[in-house]
Design a protein around this ligand. Structure first.
Ligand SMILES: Nc1ncnc2c1ncn2[C@@H]1O[C@H](COP(=O)(O)OP(=O)(O)OP(=O)(O)O)[C@@H](O)[C@H]1O
Ligand SMILES: [Mg+2]
Length: 261
């Protein structure tokens, strides 16, 4: 049984044009995917093709117009209280835009401890220990815990969001461009941390990205999205032999590793 699945998901938004006419804009059309325990899947697509919308639907932050999201084989709206709590603990989303994903008035300590308060029975002292451990894991200094989000750099805040997602030992993390904002060194160490966690505990990842290099290094399977549809699925052996025009465009858009003289 899959850990998380989407079946034939449709999603559209009401939009207002300049002259005030409202119409519906289709963002996702018949999108299906499955993620098994311990797997690393990439979701690759151009800007605006619907990746973040799909990510929000997969964790239940938004509802599809049609189709279903299944958690361990059961439709999310049909989960009972305990199952729904498990769903919220086991499937974590790291948002693309970390500043707007955190409460600006909360300390870093409170931000990382938030899922621990809601989804675990840890007491305050135990939560503090866990927060310190998580900060170490993402290579942030312990004294950052008392600061506010505005007092951190973008890359530091992104690692705070990674720490918060890891806090409750999830089984699947959806990373919406979650390592894009890090410099090469931090990106490599964040990926090494994620790979280690996967080896140790069999956690699964869905990497949402438009960076094919990341996909090649990390994913065993890649879904290519274009204009709200999944247009191609590639296994790791096929990353260099993509066929759909949308995949080819992304393939050609990869920058050379060093500037060409
Ligand atoms: N709440 C909303 N209301 C109206 N339109 C929306 C809403 N959220 C997203 N959209 C539209 O849906 C489309 C897909 O947006 P989405 O953020 O999912 O794209 P994306 O693939 O994540 O892009 P990027 O790579 O730039 O992050 C866009 O055209 C966007 O304008
Ligand atoms: Mg996005």
């Amino acid at each position: 049984m899959s850990l998380l699945a989407a079946i034939d998901i449709d999603k559209s938004y009401q939009t207002q044009s300049l002259v005030g006419k409202s119409r519906r804009k289709t963002v996702l059309e018949k999108v299906s995917l499955t993620i098994a325990e311990g797997e690393t899947v990439a979701l690759l697509g151009r800007s605006g093709c619907g990746k973040s919308t799909l990510a929000r639907l997969l964790v239940g932050l938004e509802q599809p117009d049609a189709g279903q999201v299944l958690f361990r084989g059961k439709p999310v709206p049909a989960l009972d209280r305990a199952e729904s709590r498990n769903f919220r603990r086991e499937v974590q989303l790291i948002f693309q835009d970390s500043p707007s994903a955190v409460n600006a008035r909360f300390s870093i300590r409170a931000i990382i401890a938030e899922p621990l308060r809601h989804l675990t029975t840890l007491r305050e002292a135990q939560r503090e220990t866990r927060v310190r451990e998580l900060l170490r894991m993402v290579e942030l200094p312990a004294d950052i815990a008392g600061r506010l989000p505005a007092q951190l750099s973008g890359g530091q805040l992104q690692r705070v969001c990674i720490a918060r997602a890891l806090a409750v030992n999830p089984r699947l993390i959806i990373l919406d461009e979650a390592v894009s904002n890090l410099d090469i060194h931090l990106q490599a160490s964040a990926l090494a941390l994620l790979a280690r966690l996967q080896r140790e505990s069999g956690i699964a990842y869905l990497f949402v990205t438009h960076d094919l290099r990341l996909v090649k290094r990390f994913a065993s399977r890649c879904l290519v999205m274009d204009e709200g549809r999944i247009v191609e699925e590639i296994g790791s052996a096929g990353f260099d032999h993509v066929s759909h025009p949308a995949s080819r465009l992304l393939h050609q858009a990869v920058l050379p590793p060093l500037p060409v003289r």
